[in-house]
Design a protein around this ligand. Structure first.
Ligand code: SAH
Length: 240
């Protein structure tokens, strides 16, 4: 077997989530996945993120990937030819649950969407740049469009990293304490309660007594109370 075939075979056997990110500024993502929880997830085989440089798929001599917008106006547009080559090349190796385009006019990213997407096997995420991408890519290749919020960033790299992080930490086994992700904010529409660690008394600022009591039921009740209070104060919309 050739080395590349071996890799493919090994990858198809792995049970974790694989995310292929297509970017024209791949270096922006270089170190993001190489630390902390995401690094551990990768080392343990729970998740793999592979970054692809869109420029590698350009057929032009200068490796150009963008062009002026038809009809005029400011800003360059990423062209369909290079993107199509890249997507098709990835599709020739694996079947993707979704081909995602990060875009401010996509569906707003929320915990529920993260929960659902984290159960995927293979995801492709396309990062736009400049004015965006040729609309035909969106019509013919993209199966899901996601926005991380109502503001405009200069590229889809940070949004792709945000989505990948949110998905990977949900995969069973990635967080040390398996229940940990379930008690985070937005799971069951409640914000998380406050947390404290040592010292119990810092210059007279004390940790709530109940947390030191060792009484599990009382502690859980207190946490639930705090969650509800916090949600009522900060995000009453979640309780509706
Ligand atoms: N002209 C576009 C914005 C382009 S911003 C418009 O007005 O909608 C350049 C790229 O950054 C986009 O193609 C997208 O991939 C990414 N991007 C910017 N803001 C984003 C957001 N809020 N959510 C997801 N992706 C975003």
């Amino acid at each position: 077997m050739m080395e590349s075939e071996k890799n493919i075979a090994a990858e198809t056997q792995s049970s974790g989530l694989r995310i292929d990110i297509i970017s024209c500024v791949p270096r922006l993502l270089d170190s993001f996945f190489d630390h902390s929880i995401l690094k551990r997830a990768k080392d343990a085989g729970h998740a793999e993120v592979v970054i692809h440089d869109l420029r590698d798929y350009s057929i032009q001599k200068q490796k150009q990937i963008d062009d002026y917008a038809f009809g005029g106006g400011a800003g360059m547009v990423l062209g369909i030819e290079t993107i199509a080559r890249c997507i098709r090349s990835l599709q020739s190796i694996r079947i993707y649950d979704d081909i995602i385009y990060m875009t401010p006019d996509g569906e707003r990213f929320q915990q529920k969407m993260a929960n659902r997407l984290s159960m995927s096997k293979n995801l492709m995420i396309l990062c736009g740049h400049y004015k965006g991408i040729d609309e035909r890519v969106r019509e013919h290749f993209i199966t899901k469009e996601i926005s991380i919020g109502d503001y405009v960033l200069s590229g889809g790299e940070l949004p792709a990293a945000v989505v990948s992080d949110a998905l990977i930490r949900l995969i069973p086994g990635v967080l040390n304490d398996e229940t940990s992700a379930l008690t985070d904010s937005f799971q069951d529409n409640l914000l998380a309660p406050p947390v404290y660690t040592r010292p119990a008394d810092f210059e007279g600022w004390k940790v709530p007594e109940v947390l030191l009591s060792g009484h599990e039921k009382k502690i859980n009740d207190w946490r639930m109370e705090q969650s509800i209070k916090r949600t009522q104060e900060r995000r009453p919309d979640l309780l509706q």
